[in-house]
Design a protein around this ligand. Structure first.
Ligand code: URA
Length: 258
C-alpha cells in the first residue's frame, strides 16, 4: 500500500461505502474480501483487452461474489426489511416526480423472478410493477408457460418512475440496484428473466446489446438468468414475439428440469 493513496480512488471507495451503508450493509465477510482481492488482481492481469471484457458476460464468480460479500444478516433478511431500509427513498433524483415507490410484487417464494426496467405511469400510480399495457402482455407471457402471476415475483431495476418513461440513468441505477440485488439474494430464485436491456446489462454487468444476450443461459448468484425483449418493445415490434417465445420455452424447460 503506498503512503499516500490516490485521492480519486479514496473518493470512489467512500461512494461505495456510502451505498453499502445506505442499503443496510454494515459489514463484510473476510473470505469474500480475500476473494475480491484475488479477482481484482486477476482483472488487472486481463486489463489489456478492456473492450473484450465489456462485451463478455461477467464471469459467474464476479456476480456471486456480491452475494457472498453480503453479511449473513443481510442475506437472511426479509423483503419487508429491505423495503423498510428503502424507506421514503431520496437517494436519487427520481424521487422528485414519483407518486409511489414500486418495490416489487407477487410471490416471495417464487422459483421465477422477472426483472424489468422501471415503473411506468400506471405502475407509479398504483405502486405495483407491470400493471399497464406492457404488464398485460407480461401476464400473457407468464400464462403462455402455464404459470400464473401469483406464482412469480416481479420487480424492476429502479423503483421510481423515470420522467416520460425514459431509460434510467447510471446514477439512478447505481443508487437503486443494491436494493434489487438484496431482493434477489433473499428471493433466491432458480430462474431470473431479465426483461430488456437495462435489466440484463445491470445484472450481468456488461454493455452487450440485448439481441446478443438473449438466446443464452447466463448465471447470476446461483440462479440461471435468461434475458429477453421487454414487453413494451414487443408492443411496438410484434414480430419479436417469436424470439421471446423461444426464450419463454427455455425458461419453462429450466423450471421443469430436476
Ligand atoms: N416497464 C417496466 O420495466 N417495469 C414496469 O413495472 C412497467 C413497465
Amino acid at each position: 500500500m503506498p503512503d499516500h493513496p490516490d485521492p480519486a480512488l479514496l473518493e470512489q471507495l467512500k461512494d461505495h461505502l456510502r451505498v453499502y451503508a445506505e442499503t443496510g450493509i454494515d459489514g463484510f465477510n473476510p473470505e469474500a474480501v480475500r476473494g475480491a482481492r484475488r479477482l481484482a488482481a486477476a482483472a488487472r492481469g486481463e486489463s489489456k483487452s478492456r473492450a473484450r471484457r465489456t462485451e463478455q458476460p461477467a464471469p459467474s464468480t464476479q456476480t456471486s461474489l456480491f452475494a457472498e460479500s453480503l453479511p449473513e444478516s443481510v442475506r437472511d433478511s426479509s423483503l419487508e426489511e429491505i423495503r423498510d431500509d428503502l424507506g421514503d427513498c431520496q437517494r436519487c433524483k427520481l424521487c422528485q416526480d414519483r407518486t409511489h415507490i414500486v418495490f416489487g410484487a407477487d410471490n416471495p417464494r417464487a422459483r421465477l423472478v422477472f426483472v424489468g426496467e422501471g415503473p411506468g405511469v400506471e405502475e407509479d400510480r398504483q405502486g405495483l410493477p407491470f400493471v399497464g399495457r406492457a404488464g398485460q402482455l407480461l401476464t400473457k407471457m407468464i400464462e403462455a408457460i402455464q404459470m400464473r402471476r401469483d406464482e412469480v415475483y416481479i420487480c424492476n431495476v429502479v423503483k421510481c418512475r423515470p420522467p416520460g418513461n425514459r431509460t434510467p440513468q447510471e446514477d439512478e441505477i447505481a443508487a437503486c440496484s443494491p436494493f434489487l440485488l438484496r431482493q434477489l439474494a433473499v428471493l433466491k430464485p432458480e430462474v431470473i428473466c431479465c426483461l430488456g436491456l437495462t435489466a440484463a446489462q445491470t445484472l450481468l454487468q456488461v454493455r452487450t446489446p440485448i439481441g446478443q444476450l438473449r438466446g443464452k443461459i447466463h448465471s447470476f448468484q446461483g440462479a440461471q438468468l435468461v434475458a429477453t425483449y421487454h414487453p413494451a418493445y414487443l408492443l411496438r415490434n410484434p414480430p419479436a414475439k417469436r424470439q421471446v417465445w423461444e426464450d419463454l420455452k427455455r425458461i419453462r424447460s429450466l423450471l421443469s428440469s430436476p
